[in-house]
Design a protein around this ligand. Sequence first.
Ligand SMILES: C[S@@+](CC[C@H](N)C(=O)[O-])C[C@H]1O[C@@H](n2cnc3c(N)ncnc32)[C@H](O)[C@@H]1O
Length: 321
Amino acid sequence: MALRISARQFLRSARRSYPECHCIRQFSSTVQQAVEPTQPQPPLNERTTHFGFETVAEAQKEQRVAGVFSNIAASYDAMNDFMSLGIHRLWKDHFVRSINPGTTNPTNPQGWKMLDIAGGTGDIAFRLLDHSTLINCNPASKIIVSDINPEMLDEGRKRSLKTSYANSPRLEFLLANAENLSEIPDNSIDLYTVAFGIRNFTNKQKALGEAYRVLKPGGVFACLEFSGVTNPVFNAVYKRWSFGAIPLIGQLVVGDRDSYQYLVESIERFPRQEEFRGMIEKAGFATPGWEDLTGGIAAVHKGVKPLVSDAVEAAARRVEV
Ligand SMILES: C[S@@+](CC[C@H](N)C(=O)[O-])C[C@H]1O[C@@H](n2cnc3c(N)ncnc32)[C@H](O)[C@@H]1O
């Protein structure tokens, strides 16, 4: 299979396709150049958003993102390992450990009701269920894996057949847009997770509002997403890898350069740590801050939906001021 390309072959071909000057173009002036529209731009009166470095009408973005994930669904898990050299597994393990799902206390003697948004192939959901069951000895926790893309959910269903959760009431799949979770009642969820998903949403603030609505007071919002590398030298090396190698790996391994070009551009476009924290707070959550992973390549953001009394107090303070 194509995945058998050796590292040496890959590097040789990378050097051929990406001579030095091309990389420099990509990483110095390029962000600027790449932003310049290469496609017909939407009429000025239409609401627009980013699709990678392109500006597109909001109505188009969902379709284009769907196209990307439909194209890569079958190869998604293998490509994640290849592109991140397996590091995404460490990040996901750490993310789940830091949440410690399935703990019980007098106010929540049952298992947790969890919702993994943009859950794709179930990577986070299976880890959450495993942690709850094996570490916290809580076999009652349940999860809904939700995604807008039926092909990604199908991959998740297929993978679930290899777990003990297959066809059990502990695991459900839901086709839904994170910006409109009308199937999920208000105040019904203990934990909302989203990993490497939110940067693809058209209206991220609206999705955060939905997260707030569905969580119970005291419920936790937890997000793992690519973020901003803080060290400038490391950032230069990382950009070179991501813009130079990732679309090329996409092209060589699965014959799809464009989808992987979108993925790296969407990372660049995603708000940096401080700004994203502000968006979580704007949705109503109390945030303890964030945790950078691997120098900020990724970051974990958390928020807690205030208990009603906290919210009432905060509202009262606002009125007093
Ligand atoms: C990079 S994958 C992440 C999958 C999984 N969470 C993981 O960490 O491996 C991003 C996922 O976001 C989903 N997605 C994109 N836009 C969405 C939206 N508006 N609502 C729900 N899911 C969305 C895609 O279909 C895709 O499955």
